[in-house]
Design a protein around this ligand. Structure first.
Ligand code: C2E
Ligand code: SIN
Ligand code: SIN
Ligand code: FE
Length: 405
C-alpha cells in the first residue's frame, strides 16, 4: 500500500472517530491518536500536542520513542497536568499558536537570530536529549481560530539518522491537526450544551416547586448520590453520565400537584397523598416519547422512583428486578436526601439516623445491592452535602479542555 493510500485510510478512520466523539474521555484518546498518526507519517521520533487557553498553551500529551522506557513498540504517551507555556511569540509553539504559521526547522539550535522565537533547551539538558529537526503546525478550527499546536521533533531518514521534515508533509500534518481542532470544538460545544441543559432542568424544577435554592440543591445532591451509588455498582461512564442528567427530572410531575398539597406544612390526608402519588405517572407522561436516551431514562426514573423493592411502592407496585435499576438507585438517593434535609413537613434528621433508616429498609424499600453500594461509599456523602465534590466519578470534567475560550 502506498503511503498516500495508507494516509487516506487513516484519515477516514479519524473522521469516523471525530463524528462519534461526544465527550472528553474520547477526546483524549483522539488527540493521542492524532499525535501518533502525525508522527508516524513524518517518522518523527517525538512530538507534543498543546491546547490554547486564554493566554497560555497547555501541554496535553507528549510522546518520545527515544526517551520512553518501553524498548521498541509504541512509545508511551505522557499526559500532563496543568503544565503550560505563556502564549507569546518568544517560544516556538507560542509563535505558531499566535500567528498560525507553520515552522519547519532543520535544527532547533540554529534558529536565525532575526526570528522572534527561541528554542528552549531546558528539556534537552534535563533529559540528555538532542532536539534537532522540528515541525510545528497550528490546530485550526473550522472558524479559523487556532485551538492548539502540534509539534513534531526529529524526523528520521531511512538510515535512522535525523533529517529535516519534508515540507510536502506540512499540509498533511495541518489537516490532521485540524481534525483535532474540530474535535476539540465539538466537545466544548457539547459540554456547553450539557451545562445549559442542566441549568434548564434546575430552573424548571425550581419553578415547579417554588422552593428556590432548596430545590436546586436537593436536585444537585440527589443526582450526585445517584451517580455515586451507580458508580459503586459498576455502571460504565456513559450510563453514569446519562443518569446524572436523567435523575434531576424525577419529580417533574409535581408541576401538576396543587400548592395546597405540595407546600402543606403538616401531614397529608389519604386523599392528598393519593393525589401526590400521581406525580410519578404525570412526570412519565410529560417526558414520554422523546428520541433522546437521556429523556427516555428520565421518564423511566420519574415513573419508578417511588417503587419499593418489596413491591409495596407506587404507582405500579413493582418488586425486585422489575423495577429498572436506575429507579432503584434514584429511590435511595431521593429518600436519603429527603431524610437529611428540611422539608416543609419535616425537620432534617441527623446523618446517623438517616443511615439507620436506609439500612433498616434494606430488602424492603430498597434493593440490598443498592444499599450496600451506598454504605460502601458513605465517606463520600459529606463531600456531596457540602458541595465540594471535585468531580463526580465517571463524569466528564475539564482535565483536558480547561475552560472554554
Ligand atoms: P419528598 O419530600 O421529596 O420525599 C421523597 C421520599 O422520601 C418520600 O416519598 C419518602 O419515601 C421519603 N421520606 C421523606 N420524609 C421521610 C420521613 O420523615 N421518614 C421516612 N421514613 N421517609 C421519608 P413519599 O412518602 O412517597 O412522598 C412523596 C412526596 O410527597 C414527598 O417528596 C413530598 O413532596 C410529599 N409528602 C410526603 N409526605 C408528606 C407530608 O407528610 N406532608 C407534605 N406536605 N408532603 C408530603
Ligand atoms: C424539596 O423538597 O426541597 C425538593 C423536592 C424535590 O424536588 O424532590
Ligand atoms: C441493569 O444493569 O439494568 C440490570 C441489572 C439489574 O436490573 O439489577
Ligand atoms: Fe418523587
Amino acid at each position: 500500500m502506498s503511503r498516500m493510500e495508507n494516509l487516506e485510510q487513516h484519515l477516514a478512520q479519524l473522521n469516523a472517530i471525530g463524528i462519534a466523539l461526544s465527550c472528553e474521555r474520547d477526546l483524549k484518546s483522539l488527540l493521542e491518536k492524532i499525535l501518533t498518526e502525525a508522527r508516524s507519517f513524518t517518522r518523527a521520533e517525538a512530538g507534543t500536542l498543546y491546547l490554547a487557553e486564554e493566554d497560555a498553551l497547555r501541554f496535553v500529551v507528549s510522546q518520545n520513542d527515544v526517551l520512553s522506557n518501553s524498548a521498541g513498540g509504541d512509545s508511551a504517551s505522557v499526559w500532563f497536568d496543568g503544565e503550560q507555556l505563556p502564549l507569546s511569540k518568544q517560544s516556538m509553539a507560542g509563535y505558531v499558536g499566535l500567528t498560525g504559521e507553520v515552522l519547519n526547522l532543520e535544527d532547533a539550535y540554529r534558529i536565525p537570530p532575526a526570528a522572534p522565537y527561541r528554542f528552549n533547551p531546558d528539556f534537552d539538558r534535563q533529559n540528555d536529549y538532542r532536539t534537532q529537526s522540528m515541525m510545528l503546525v497550528p490546530m485550526r478550527a473550522a472558524d479559523e481560530r487556532i485551538v492548539g499546536v502540534l509539534q513534531l521533533i526529529n524526523a528520521r531518514g531511512n538510515g535512522g539518522d535525523v533529517i529535516a521534515f519534508d515540507s510536502r508533509y506540512e499540509d498533511l500534518v495541518m489537516s490532521l491537526a485540524s481534525q483535532a481542532a474540530v474535535a476539540v470544538c465539538n466537545v466544548r460545544l457539547t459540554e456547553e450544551l450539557k451545562r445549559a441543559y442542566l441549568d434548564t432542568i434546575l430552573r424548571l424544577a425550581v419553578a415547579v416547586e417554588y422552593r428556590d435554592d432548596d430545590t436546586a440543591e436537593h436536585i444537585r445532591r440527589m443526582a450526585n448520590y445517584s451517580v455515586l451509588i451507580a458508580d459503586e455498582l459498576g455502571f460504565p461512564p456513559e450510563r453514569l453520565e446519562m443518569l446524572h442528567y436523567a435523575a434531576p427530572m424525577h419529580d417533574i410531575g409535581k408541576v401538576s400537584i396543587p400548592d395546597a398539597i405540595l407546600l402543606k406544612t403538616g401531614g397529608l390526608t389519604d386523599a392528598e397523598y393519593d393525589e401526590m402519588k400521581r406525580h410519578t405517572e404525570i412526570g412519565a407522561q410529560i417526558l414520554a416519547g422523546s428520541q433522546s436516551p437521556v429523556v427516555q431514562m428520565s421518564a423511566e426514573v420519574a415513573l419508578t422512583h417511588h417503587e419499593k423493592f418489596d413491591g409495596t411502592g407506587y404507582p405500579g407496585g413493582l418488586s425486585g428486578q422489575r423495577i429498572p435499576l436506575e429507579g432503584r438507585v434514584v429511590a435511595l438517593a431521593d429518600v436519603f436526601d429527603a431524610l437529611s434535609s428540611v422539608r416543609c413537613y419535616k425537620p432534617a434528621f441527623p446523618l446517623e439516623k438517616c443511615v439507620d433508616i436506609i439500612r433498616n429498609e434494606r430488602g424492603r424499600h430498597f434493593d440490598p445491592l443498592v444499599v450496600d453500594a451506598f454504605l460502601r461509599r458513605l465517606d463520600d456523602v459529606p463531600k456531596i452535602r457540602e458541595n465540594r465534590l471535585p468531580q463526580v466519578p465517571g463524569l466528564s470534567g475539564s482535565e483536558v479542555l480547561g475552560n472554554p475560550v
